[in-house]
Design a protein around this ligand. Structure first.
Ligand code: SF4
Ligand code: SF4
Length: 377
């Protein structure tokens, strides 16, 4: 079987080198690759900003993702440097992220647009932890058509809104994104979303995103970066991430990239990117980026959902492997993996090959499951 990166159709090093050259050329010339959006002229704290759908909120084009955050000074630095859109969830870093946010919100609440991923019926508990009495937007996880259509969510949201505890109603999604986004547009009552951009080379997904945006939905992206949550160690890696961020907030889809920041270095990296390069993207580089993902990056497309005759939770395991390998969140990944149980974790795979045969990205799924089990069981 081919290695995890063995199926890439282009050489990743060449791709990265080209990305560095393209980003450097743009910076040198001071011009963009693509068509500038009308919003390009908007700023917040001197940084490129955008109106977040029809919410009336103006947010920086890169926002602060708290999944790697454990230390309040990291968030403080981002706010002090002008990033005004921040997001956390109770599950991140086993509660340490929301704890850090709570310490910072005591003094800096008025400086940020605050988004929280949790269910409306859990809101009171986490408002207390955040040291605030409201969040600007709530994005409960919605990973199925049943969840997005659940009428109790908008009912609970309306109650929380009437009580002044939340501003905008939204959802977070990293499974079956195209169908769920289309359903949200059809339902009409979700006006913000935290959306996985792992499948953003899929024209159907992009059409769904475009439709949602034209309907007034504000979209922040997650899981759309080559080294999710890392800021890159080499100039090539940094150029690669810069190009992806610029592509995601290009003219046709999302408003802001939710970038995971767990260190001063990452804050400074994204702040600099916002200041100098976020308005530029390269469609050729974008195409090459997606070609490079062939064989090594799960699109979370949902094709393998319920396909396994043994009931193996393929997408979850691949995601927990990503948390471990790409985010360095080994404890979190192990906790999530242990919750699967032996009947549907990697040990239940009998290597029939069915999931690999339908995998959108031609991933070596069996090998990935084996690796995940060895690292996380
Ligand atoms: S290869 Fe393993 S995980 Fe994939 S369908 Fe077969 S038994 Fe299930
Ligand atoms: S089919 Fe492949 S790319 Fe799609 S969710 Fe499953 S493992 Fe990921």
């Amino acid at each position: 079987m081919a290695g995890i990166t063995g199926k890439s159709s282009i050489n990743r090093r060449d791709f990265l080198r080209r990305g560095a050259a393209a980003a450097a050329a743009a910076a040198t010339l001071g011009v963009g690759f693509g068509t500038a959006r009308a919003e390009e002229a908007l700023t917040v704290n001197g940084l490129p900003a955008v109106m977040f759908g029809d919410t009336g909120l103006k947010v920086t084009k890169i926002s602060f993702g708290g999944i790697l955050t454990t230390e309040p000074p990291v968030l403080l630095r981002a706010i002090d440097q002008g990033i005004n859109f921040v997001h956390t969830s109770p599950g991140y870093q086993n509660g340490r992220s929301i704890e850090a946010f709570g310490k910072v919100m005591k003094t800096h609440r008025s400086k940020v647009v605050l988004a929280l991923k949790t269910r409306p019926d859990d809101l009171d508990r986490w408002l207390k932890a955040l040291n605030t009495d409201y969040v600007d937007m709530l994005v409960p996880p919605m990973h199925s058509m049943e969840a997005i259509s659940d009428p109790t969510i908008p009912e609970a949201f309306e109650k929380a809104k009437a009580a002044g505890k939340v501003g905008q109603m939204g959802f977070a999604c990293h499974k079956d994104m195209t169908n769920i986004l289309n359903k949200a547009s059809e339902l009409g009552y979700y006006n913000v979303s935290l959306m996985s951009y792992s499948d953003a080379d899929n024209p159907e997904f992009l059409a769904a995103a475009k439709k949602a945006v034209s309907g007034g939905m504000g979209i922040m992206t997650m899981k759309g970066l080559p080294k999710r949550g890392a800021e890159g160690n080499t100039p090539e890696e940094r150029a690669d991430i810069t190009s992806r961020c610029a592509s995601m907030v290009g003219p046709e889809h999302a408003h802001t990239v939710l970038a995971s920041m767990g260190s001063f270095q990452s804050v400074d990296f994204y702040r600099e990117m916002l200041e100098t390069k976020i308005g530029h993207f390269d469609s050729d580089l974008e195409r090459q980026y997606w070609a490079a993902q062939e064989g090594n990056y799960c699109a979370m497309c949902g094709n393998c959902k319920e396909i396994c005759p043994n009931g193996v939770e393929i997408r979850r395991i691949v995601r927990y492997r990503m948390y471990n390998d790409d985010y360095g969140m080994t404890d979190y990944a192990r906790t999530k993996y242990s919750q699967l149980g032996s009947s549907c974790n990697g040990a239940a795979c009998e290597e029939c090959g069915l999931c690999e045969s339908i995998c959108k990205r031609n991933l070596p799924v069996v090998e990935m499951l084996r690796e995940a089990h060895a690292a996380l069981a």
